[in-house]
Design a protein around this ligand. Structure first.
Ligand code: ATP
Ligand code: MG
Length: 778
């Protein structure tokens, strides 16, 4: 602890002030990369060094990964055993834990299931069907997101029916039965002992409102509360924080209004604006120095965000080097954009000796990842996509988990419907439908109906009854085993006994094998978990311990940071993160800003904030790329450069391709295969003409060797010098390392734009940019 002074020296003066204010409400408002998260981390360590018990501190972060990293840092300062007890995590994971303690008060079992979005959507879809509603009017995803927005605004079913405006709005939207679906959905979740993601916040509010003694308990416990990314809290989260901090008012929130990007999910930027009204004597701190990015990036980002009218005045500057300009690249197609990104990453890795993990590719929508992935794969550049389906949401994994969920909570309807006839055991949909009707009628779970089949007059034949009985007996036998076995032993038994493993073994297709391997990975993970738990006193590594965090786990949480791969994710997910090299792809009108967010100024401003977030993730170098045409919804559509490129002051930009004004409609030019091959020419050009290249630019020999093994053409250039190919003429015979032999049938363009049209012997005709083409003249 004496070391605290040493650690405080790692902060600048402006950062130290909010760290040293132990008591009372405070808010840190500051731009990207100015150390807000760092302030939170050091503040927690400082509180502990001043004798605050870690038990009394609650810290809410945007991802669990961020929480883990903060905890590791704090552990370094105050010691491991002290840091261990800290409550840090996302709103959802923290309040799910609290709800488990207090579940009985709300009429839930403590082992309630958490329905993920998939489960919620499936249930809503089923309800729409059961009610015989038109699925084109009542689109289940839309209905789900409306219900989600009710919950995040604390509009319960009762509140809905008491609100004529809401009822009318839904009627106007031609969905008069929305309230009815909402009600049925809530009833069914309750009956199944399940909470969805939004319930975790809604029910916490309910708990704190209805039970003053519970509120007091947690108020006394969490004497110091800290919230990161406060600008993106929604109403429901806001109320929880407000209630918990009401007694001691030791609340510290940090945020940046310019990075508020979740309004579409109910985040309310006013939470930050109103903070000073909500508490007495609020101290407001500002941080202005950015430590993350080069000066070019910081200043370019400033010029963009200045275009927003709704914003707090903030200064962001940096003492860092100027760094390179922001590089803008145009390509003809999305495939070519992908190839550019892959080549450029490859070149940077070679020139600056970088690891894959130092690069990130950010995009507006998930569907953009495919073209980039294809190109990275061709280059053997390993990558990792974040925010796709989490491991636990893959079909085969969810199937196994559904059995496990049933063991803990046999009322879990989604799990039951998923596996009652999987693997197939002759229980048909008609039977399931009949059981559902009875279950709904008696307000009981389907499992309870099966348990009581003898006593219910239901038209189900003897054979099917036996099958249902066998299924129930199997689940009950798992439950008995669960009383003594650890999670791994039980899950392995379940995977075998249920028939799932066998199904994939018999299948034998590559896909089947991949699925089996995934299940193995799940089991391995459980084994690890059990081994880990055994060291902890009183823990047996039980199934319920394992399942606690599974529903809320995202693939970002599994990231240990040691993984050397290019990171790919949406900009939304990149919030709070940083990478040396960042590629923001798909910088086109209608894509970014999104076509759906250009109706009002406030929507456009949110898109601009999103761009600000994207740009400020970069530490050393940012690239912006756009394509003149790309496949969207299966169609090739023309695109023009995003207005956000133009909004950056020109002096911070370097155009790698001739610039195009936004608003100009591009005609497709030609299929120029600029980066069809490894761009060695540029790599060579980067070396000085004479003398040794600067050491940092020299490729690491070990890395080169590895790459040579993967791509023989890199280490053994057999092409003529670029100078020779620049002089190519029509009629020349050439050989290309990838396309083979061919004849030049046309030449156009001059200088760096000189291109050759070549008919290759394999039949293809390609236009190649001679500056880059790797051709042998034969
Ligand atoms: P964002 O708005 O993107 O969430 P932030 O304000 O939370 O950013 P941090 O992530 O805390 O900023 O800090 C940005 C980077 O600057 C981090 O790498 C951090 O370690 C570094 N940094 C912050 N303050 C200092 C400092 N005083 N000295 C050295 N490095 C610092
Ligand atoms: Mg941060």
């Amino acid at each position: 602890m004496e070391q605290m002074d040493k650690y405080l020296a790692e902060l600048n003066e402006a950062q130290r002030a909010p760290v040293l204010q132990v008591d009372g409400p405070l808010m840190v408002i500051a731009g990207a990369g100015s150390g807000k998260t760092r302030v939170l981390t050091y503040r927690i360590a400082y509180l502990m060094s001043k004798g605050v018990d870690s038990f009394n501190i609650l810290s809410l972060t945007f991802t669990n990964k961020a929480a883990r990293e903060m905890k590791e840092r704090i552990a370094k300062i105050v010691g491991n055993s002290e840091a261990k007890n800290l409550w840090m995590g996302t709103f959802h994971s923290i309040f799910a834990k609290i709800l488990r303690f207090e579940a009985d008060k709300l009429g839930y079992p403590s082992n309630f299931t958490i329905y993920d979005t998939q489960d919620s959507q499936r249930l809503i879809n089923a309800i729409i069907k059961e009610k015989g509603l038109d699925k084109d009017v009542y689109k289940y995803k839309q209905v789900q997101s409306r219900i989600s927005s009710f919950k995040n605004s604390l509009i319960t079913v009762r509140a809905y029916f008491n609100n004529p405006e809401l009822i009318e709005a839904d009627a106007m939207a031609k969905k008069p039965r929305m309230g009815e679906i909402y009600q049925e959905y809530c009833d069914r979740c309750f009956k199944a002992g399940a909470m969805d993601f939004d319930d975790l916040l809604l029910k916490t509010n309910e708990l704190l409102n209805r039970f003053p003694e519970v509120l007091q308990k947690y108020q006394n416990r969490f004497r110091y509360i800290l919230v990161d990314e406060y600008q993106d809290t929604n109403h429901s989260q806001y109320l929880i924080v407000k209630a918990l901090s009401d007694k001691f008012q030791n609340i510290c929130v940090v945020g940046d209004d310019a990075q508020s990007i979740y309004a579409f999910r109910g985040a309310n930027i006013n939470n930050i604006m109103n903070f000073q009204k909500d508490y007495d004597n609020v101290q407001v701190y500002r941080l202005e120095q950015n430590y993350r990015s080069t000066r070019n990036i910081v200043e370019a980002a400033n010029t963009v965000i200045e275009k927003n009218k709704t914003r707090l005045d903030k200064v962001v500057w940096t003492a860092n080097d100027d760094g390179g300009l922001i590089k803008v690249h145009r390509s003809h197609t999305d495939a070519e954009e992908g190839r550019f990104v892959a080549s450029s990453i490859f070149e940077n890795e070679m020139q600056h000796q970088l690891n894959h993990g130092q690069f990130a590719v950010l995009y507006r929508t998930n569907s953009q990842s495919r073209a980039i992935e294809d190109a990275l794969r061709k280059r053997d550049i390993p990558y990792r996509i974040y925010g796709g389906l989490s491991f636990y949401q893959r079909k085969e994994i969810k199937d196994v988990l559904s059995y496990l969920r049933l063991i803990l909570n046999p009322k879990d309807e989604e799990a039951l419907v998923r596996v009652i006839n999987y693997p197939a055991r002759g229980i048909g949909q008609t039977t399931i439908d009949k059981l559902t009707v009875v279950a709904n009628h008696y307000k009981r779970s389907i499992f309870e109906v099966i348990e009581n089949l003898d006593r219910i007059d239901l038209k189900i034949n003897g054979g099917t009854r036996r099958k249902l009985d066998d299924f129930m007996t199997m689940i009950k036998s798992f439950q008995v085993m669960n009383e003594s076995a650890d999670a791994f032993t039980l899950a392995e038994h379940v995977a075998k006994k249920s028939g799932i493993l066998n199904l994939f073994k018999k299948d034998g297709t590559p896909e089947g094998i991949a699925r089996m391997e995934n299940i193995e990975e799940l089991l391995n993970g459980m084994k690890d978990f059990v081994e880990g738990q055994k060291e902890v006193a009183d823990a047996r590594g039980s199934l319920s311990e394992f399942m606690e965090d599974v529903a809320l786990a995202t693939d970002l949480d599994k990231d240990t940071g040691e993984d050397d791969r290019v990171a790919m994710m949406t900009i939304h997910l990149a919030k709070g993160l940083e990478f040396p090299y960042v590629y923001i792809v798909g910088m086109e009108e209608d894509l970014f800003p999104s076509a759906m967010s250009m109706n009002t100024r406030s929507e456009l401003e949110e898109e601009r904030r999103l761009f600000y977030v994207a740009l400020t993730r970069a530490e050393k170098q940012a690239y912006l790329t756009f394509a003149e045409s790309r496949y969207r919804w299966g169609k090739l559509v023309d695109g023009e450069p995003s207005r956000f490129i133009e909004e950056i002051d020109e002096k911070y930009i370097e155009h790698l391709t001739p610039p195009m004004k936004s608003g100009y409609r591009f005609k497709p030019l030609m299929d120029t295969d600029i980066f069809g091959d490894v761009d060695k020419s540029k790599f060579r050009q980067s070396k000085p003409v004479s003398g040794k290249p600067p050491t940092h630019q020299q490729p690491n020999p070990e890395k080169l060797r590895k790459l040579r093994k993967l791509k023989p053409e890199i280490g053994t250039p057999k092409g003529n010098s670029t100078a020779a190919t620049q002089d190519l003429e029509v009629g020349a015979k050439v050989e290309h390392s990838r396309f083979g032999r061919g004849e030049v049938i046309g030449i156009d363009g001059v200088g760096n734009d000189r291109k050759a049209e070549i008919r290759f012997q394999n039949g293809g005709i390609k236009k190649l940019l001679l500056r880059f083409a790797k051709l042998d003249i034969i």
